[in-house]
Write a protein that binds this ligand. Sequence first.
Ligand code: FAD
Length: 281
Amino acid sequence: MKIAAINIEGNGTFAQDAPAIADAVKASGAEIVLLPGNSRVKRSAAAAAAKAGAEIDTNVVDLDLTGEKVTAKRWVYRQRIFTAFSRAASLEHPWVIVTDPSLFGELCAKAAAEAQPFTAAASAATRTVISGEENAVTGGESTIRPDAKLLFVAGAGWTKKQADGALHFDEAAATITGFLAKSGASLGSSKSLVDMPEAAAAFTFMSHMNQVGQTGATPRHPKGLSTCCHGEEPHVVGWRFVNERRAVNLDANCGWAQGKADVVYVADAFAVMKKVNELLG
Ligand SMILES: Cc1cc2nc3c(=O)[nH]c(=O)nc-3n(C[C@H](O)[C@H](O)[C@H](O)COP(=O)(O)OP(=O)(O)OC[C@H]3O[C@@H](n4cnc5c(N)ncnc54)[C@H](O)[C@@H]3O)c2cc1C
């Protein structure tokens, strides 16, 4: 396993650096390429890796080298979890590891990789050539509607066993999409719901892009309606630009009831939203 290091410093444009770094990665003849994570590298390295057919990981703070196996270490989830991971790297699909800039020298030494200087090829094209257009929305209608008056937020409760002791994924999905179609509301979600693999099959209209909160989006809508969502602080911080807030929750002591919503309906959201959909016609 060959590990190369390229010392990229100074300034450069994305248009020139992305192809030049891709060329340098390929020309290194190495399975793993280390780069220092300064602003120039951070701007262009991801695109360069894609052009070079490489995988890339940024913010790596340490490496473990055991025989042929290289393990990278980095913090995730806002510095709460320290992870160690590895990737299969080959000459056709190299692994680009972007380190913290201050650790670049130390990690190069650890990997016994002498950092090579980088020279950006000035010949890179600076004009984009459009080869065609493709609708960004694939697999159905977009549920993220920034101009909507209402943000409708679905929480993990939609996937929990209900009073009859059964799961109601399909009914939940139909109720939510039915309401979105009738009301034109934008769809938000809690982290718990978008992280749930078992929900993914039924909730195809929802992705991590819908997540509202500390590690999600902070949408701006005049009104918000939260359903089957507990109202935990890391979620509710994403509501800070939503003015009028209402929530439907079975639990009278949920987070929304503790000063986070203007109105809390202590009720079954399945029944409430079914009735709302009927009233909307
Ligand atoms: C560092 C950090 C960052 C985080 N960032 C985010 C973030 O960005 N966004 C985010 O959402 N979360 C985030 N979280 C997670 C957050 O703390 C909560 O765990 C999460 O929001 C809970 O999701 P939930 O309310 O959908 O699910 P749960 O906590 O499981 O709540 C489900 C709710 O549904 C109710 N319910 C069940 N059935 C019904 C029914 N029929 N009718 C009405 N109500 C019903 C239940 O009473 C319950 O209150 C973060 C956590 C950490 C530690």
